[in-house]
Design a protein around this ligand. Structure first.
Ligand code: FAD
Length: 438
């Protein structure tokens, strides 16, 4: 039977970050990856003229320190994103298009109300420890309510609720009606408690060489330590005699096992030798599912219109768009529109999405050279997009979230406060450090 010091499951950013640190410390590590490629939820392709197009994770922010450090270590370059660009934002509300940075339905009183609520939210967020939200004296009651419940109870107007819901659609996270207040406070506390969602903190940089290049570079460094097309179906934990069974029936053993799998695919793996409470916690987590859309054009035509490529849309298939790269627009189909998207005949999807884009950006939006649709929602090796926390979920998942049960270690963006590439790298390197410390 093949034997190693450590088996890492999954060659996404988390598994690769863990394996890279383990290998650098002289550990004999093997990474088992279901797909025929590395990267997981970071994936890229290129247009015929050589521009990279990200089909998965793309952007990071100022407080994403673990990711930023890794990018530096790999010799890659961070550059500003659309957040730094001038130009006006577009709003598609019903069939009407509005252009400008002011939200068209908000009165001055609504705007003041929004600012007041944002301050209250930040003050409350600062009381939540992102690493231990369960220790908050009001954890259970903050988790029981949704963000929308809290806004209503705090006197927020329907216009304020609409703005927050539109932001959630554009980010493709769960509706504010279905998001735990505690989970959102935890997320924003991790980001410095600077408001409902501060774009500088979350989205101001990207890797010039391509976000997926971060994963591809680590995979290249690890070489044949990464085994592709090797889905894992079973994990057995027992002291030094741990083993993992592949779908082919092959069994590989190791002194430690690191799961870097998303929570959906992890539920499909049969696990023995791990405590019931840990399995219950891991299996209780869920994702907000999404489909990513990208359209490549000859140039960033929206700039000629004085626009920045950012749009917010309702009640469309797309939740919104942003400028990804020169001439490339990104968009996401959020959980609230996915039912309608999957009900749309496959041969109609692209044309209906194009219609939405051209309603926002005019006829020029129809002149793409390539159109990309990447369905992560039902992809068997992702089954989602980023973690989603419904009211009650933080309490139900509990303080085992993001912790280890040696020799079974857990990492991945789902094991951080709210997902994201930062969560993958931070927890991946954390798992490696925990193993090396032992
Ligand atoms: C469309 C989209 C846009 C996003 N945008 C951003 C963004 O702009 N900024 C940001 O920070 N984050 C973004 N994210 C989130 C970010 O990409 C992810 O959180 C992060 O890449 C996840 O890394 P991971 O290693 O934890 O998991 P994954 O990347 O999902 O890696 C898990 C790996 O496990 C493998 N696997 C699954 N099951 C098995 C099995 N049974 N056996 C073996 N291998 C298995 C998978 O194939 C995969 O390679 C986005 C995600 C998506 C999908």
């Amino acid at each position: 039977m093949e034997r190693h010091d450590v088996i890492v499951l999954g060659a996404g950013l988390a598994g690769l970050s863990a394996a890279r640190d383990l290998a650098a410390a002289g550990t004999d590590v093997v990474v088992l990856e279901a797909r025929a490629r590395a990267g997981g939820r970071v994936e890229q392709t290129s247009t015929p003229d050589g521009r990279l197009v990200q089909l998965g994770g793309e952007i990071v922010g100022t407080f994403h320190t673990a990711y930023r450090q890794l990018v530096g270590e790999l010799g890659l370059t961070l550059v500003p994103t659309f957040v730094a660009s001038s130009g006006e934002t577009s709003w598609l509300l019903g069939r009407q298009i509005f252009i400008g940075d002011e939200l068209p339905w908000m009165s001055d009183a609504d705007r003041r109300e929004y600012e007041r609520l944002e301050k209250e939210f930040s003050t409350l967020a600062a009381t939540v420890d992102p690493d231990n939200p369960w220790a908050h004296p009001d954890a259970a009651s903050l988790d029981r309510v949704s963000v929308a419940d809290w806004v209503r109870a705090a006197g927020g107007s329907p216009a304020v609720l609409r703005q927050l819901e539109l932001s959630a659609r554009a980010l493709s996270v769960e509706s504010i009606e279905r998001t735990s207040l505690l989970a959102d406070l935890r997320k924003e506390s991790a980001a410095g408690a600077e408001g409902f969602y501060n774009y500088e903190a979350w989205e101001n940089e990207r890797v010039l060489e391509g976000s997926a290049t971060v994963a591809l570079t680590m995979a290249a460094q690890l070489g044949d330590r990464v085994r592709y097309s090797s889905p894992v179906s079973e994990i057995h934990i027992e002291g030094e005699r741990n083993w993992v069974r592949l779908a082919t029936g092959e069994v590989i053993s190791a002194s430690a096992v690191v799961s870097a799998l998303p929570v959906g695919p992890l539920r499909d793996v049969h696990i023995t030798g791990v405590s019931d409470s840990r399995l219950a916690s891991l299996h209780r987590q869920r994702h907000a599912p999404a489909v990513k859309v990208a359209a490549a054009y000859e140039n960033s035509f929206w700039e000629e219109q004085g626009r920045n490529g950012t749009s917010f849309m309702e009640p469309t298939l797309l939740g919104g768009t942003w400028a990804q790269n020169d001439g490339v627009l990104s968009g996401l189909i959020p959980p609230s529109s996915l039912g309608e998207y999957f009900a749309t005949p496959t041969n109609r999807r692209q044309s209906e999405l194009t219609e939405e884009l051209s309603t926002v950006f005019g006829d020029a939006a129809e002149a793409y050279s390539r159109f990309y649709l990447r369905n992560w929602a039902t992809d068997p090796w992702t089954q989602g997009y980023v973690t989603g926390w419904r009211p009650g979920d933080v309490t139900a998942v509990g303080p085992l979230h993001g912790t280890h049960e040696p020799p079974f270690y857990v990492c991945g963006s789902d094991q951080w406060v709210c997902g994201y590439m930062e969560g993958a790298v931070r927890t991946g390197r954390g798992a490696a450090a925990a193993i090396l410390t032992r």
